[in-house]
Design a protein around this ligand. Sequence first.
Ligand code: GLU
Length: 313
Amino acid sequence: MRRDLTVGRWAPSPTGDLHLGNLRTALLAWLFARSAGGRFLWRFEDLDGAVRPQFYDSQLRDVAALGLDWDGEPVRQSERLDLYRDAIADLRRRDLTYECFCTRREIAEAAAAPHGPSPEGAYPGTCRHLTPAEREQRRGSGRPPALRLRVGSDGPEPTEVTVVDRQLSAYTGTVDDFVIQRGDGTPAYNLAVVVDDAAQGITEIVRGDDLLPSSPRQAHLAQLLGIEPPSYAHVPLVLGPVGRRLAKRDGAVTLQDRLALGETPLDVVNLLLTSLKLDPVMSLDGLAETAQHFDPAVLPRGPWVYEPPALHA
Ligand code: GLU
């Protein structure tokens, strides 16, 4: 596949209205792609049970209202299950997976026990070491197993993977035996995202830095699947007034909330641009020029702490 054209993407989950934090990340992802003269694709990550159908359209509407555009039709992960199944079958065939019967509680308890250098929160490998008889017995218990990736050797050394991030430089994380297919048969986020980014020819991932810790897992999986990993730019999140990640509880944070307050889409775009230390635009068409002059090096490195309009009154 040609890698000389930048292909970026925006991959929201249709589980709610996008708030200023999501919209700011969308704007950034668009600016990164368009500033490079690249394509920008929309993918709905809708494998999660919390999806609510009305948000497919409302998310498209809100992002378009801000003057952002995308190429081609938005795709939905729920319509691409065959792609994920093929990748999972490939990994299974290569004996790179194993069934995991653990409950969340069992994992938390096992992870808390002293047992070597496994990092906090990492899967301790309980089911990796089951004997065939133990595995049979657990299969008989009726709990449908999740599927985990077998990462690294069986020795005590954790597998470390480093990814290069345009905004944050190198980031090294431990890759544990993470889940690639949930117990109910649904492909897990880390699997689907890697398969999709490859299938859509994505060369550059721009997303919130809450996903930075997932990137070593995804880069590792890409390598196993023979996929050239994309470049990454993780961007700081927006925090609410008390320092937690922005959420609905923080007041008028969705586009529709802002319009109801009497603001225009242009006001919202300019609020987001100013938060990024970029010049405001006179009209939404001006975003094309913002993209032309966009320089990621000057973006703020820390989170934007959003203050509700009432606090300025
Ligand atoms: N679907 C994820 C979200 O809405 C984004 C995943 C990604 O960009 O890799 O936060």
